[in-house]
Design a protein around this ligand. Structure first.
Ligand code: GUN
Length: 303
């Protein structure tokens, strides 16, 4: 170990970091960089075809602006092109739909990401449904979700896919293991259940949520626990089976800043592996967006 950052010891070149309670730190920043680097090598090996991610942002929400800029920066690092369309919050629903239709028709655009949430008053569903599965690199449309359910080719949503990449990278066994996902959002919880349970991954998955009774008893059986409820600090040591892999997807803005669903300090003493917050699942979302964009180019016959 080379240094200590809070309760997480930083990586040496040869060793995975552990918390002072002994849990392996599933480092999303580090894995994102590795995956982006690998993708860049693939892009270069393919002769650097022009593969373009279009981002669409409606309104002036500052955190959304930061997310979108980060996506463009990482696209450039991966050797992908990006194009940004900023739309004034005073635009009409029809104008936004027209812009997305143009991106759908544009053969120079391979992936389309409409940053969510849209400002109050817009119907996101009507915008998303314009995006065909091949260009839906966010994996969020009704058709993409249907394809995931039916195990047809398409894009899985980036955040749950990022969780799967962390599990793979850190050697967390899934076949025959018990996984519990807390939270049933279409963005994370529901697709996470599908990804963990599908053939080849083979976890036995339970979906828990705000109405689950005896939550600690349910989560306490999990070998893999994905917290995606958006309730700050709700998962404490008493919810966690000793040795479990705990992945925190929750984001809440509180007076203490941005916090996850997992009470890191107590859980790290019990878990076998844990994602930090920040620097865990968040960066993986961006890495998987780039993977999906590259895959979109193949689906569209570009490479
Ligand atoms: N807003 C927060 N996370 C996401 C995401 O993964 N995709 C989109 N489109 N919007 C988001």
């Amino acid at each position: 170990m080379t240094a200590s950052v809070g309760r997480v010891a930083a990586h040496s070149d040869t060793d995975w970091a552990r918390t002072d309670g002994g849990a392996i730190v599933m480092d999303g920043n580090r894995l994102r960089d590795t995956l982006i680097d690998r993708l860049r090598q693939k892009v270069e090996a393919a002769g650097s075809p022009e593969v373009c991610l279009a981002t669409v942002l409606v309104g002036e929400d500052k955190p959304s602006q930061v997310y979108v800029r980060a996506k463009q920066k990482k696209a450039a690092e991966a050797g992908l092109a990006s194009r940004h369309v900023g739309i004034d919050g005073s635009a009409t629903q029809a104008e936004i739909e027209e812009i997305v239709r143009d991106l759908v028709a544009d053969r120079g655009v391979h992936g389309i990401l409409v940053q969510l949430p849209l400002p109050e008053g817009f119907d996101a569903e009507r915008v998303l449904e314009l995006i065909p599965p091949a260009k839906d690199v966010d994996g969020l449309t009704e058709r993409s979700m249907g394809r995931l359910v039916r195990d047809l080719p398409g894009h899985a949503p980036c955040t749950p896919l990022g969780v799967m990449r962390l599990l793979e990278h850190y050697g967390v066994a899934t076949a025959g293991k018990t996984a519990v996902v807390v939270g049933r959002s279409t963005l994370v919880g529901l697709p996470q259940v599908l990804l963990l349970g599908r053939k080849g991954t083979d976890a036995t998955v339970t979906l828990a949520h705000s109405r689950t009774s005896e939550l600690a008893a349910v989560t306490g059986r999990a070998d893999i626990l994905v917290a995606a409820a958006g309730v700050a600090g709700m998962i404490t040591a008493e919810h966690v089976k000793p040795g479990a892999a705990v992945l925190d997807v929750g984001i809440s803005r509180t007076a203490d800043g941005i916090v996850g669903d997992v009470d890191f300090d107590s859980v790290q003493a019990v878990a076998g592996a844990i994602t930090p917050m920040p620097g865990g699942t968040g960066p993986m979302t961006i890495a998987c967006l780039m993977e999906n964009t590259w895959a979109a180019a193949a689906m569209l016959g570009v490479r």
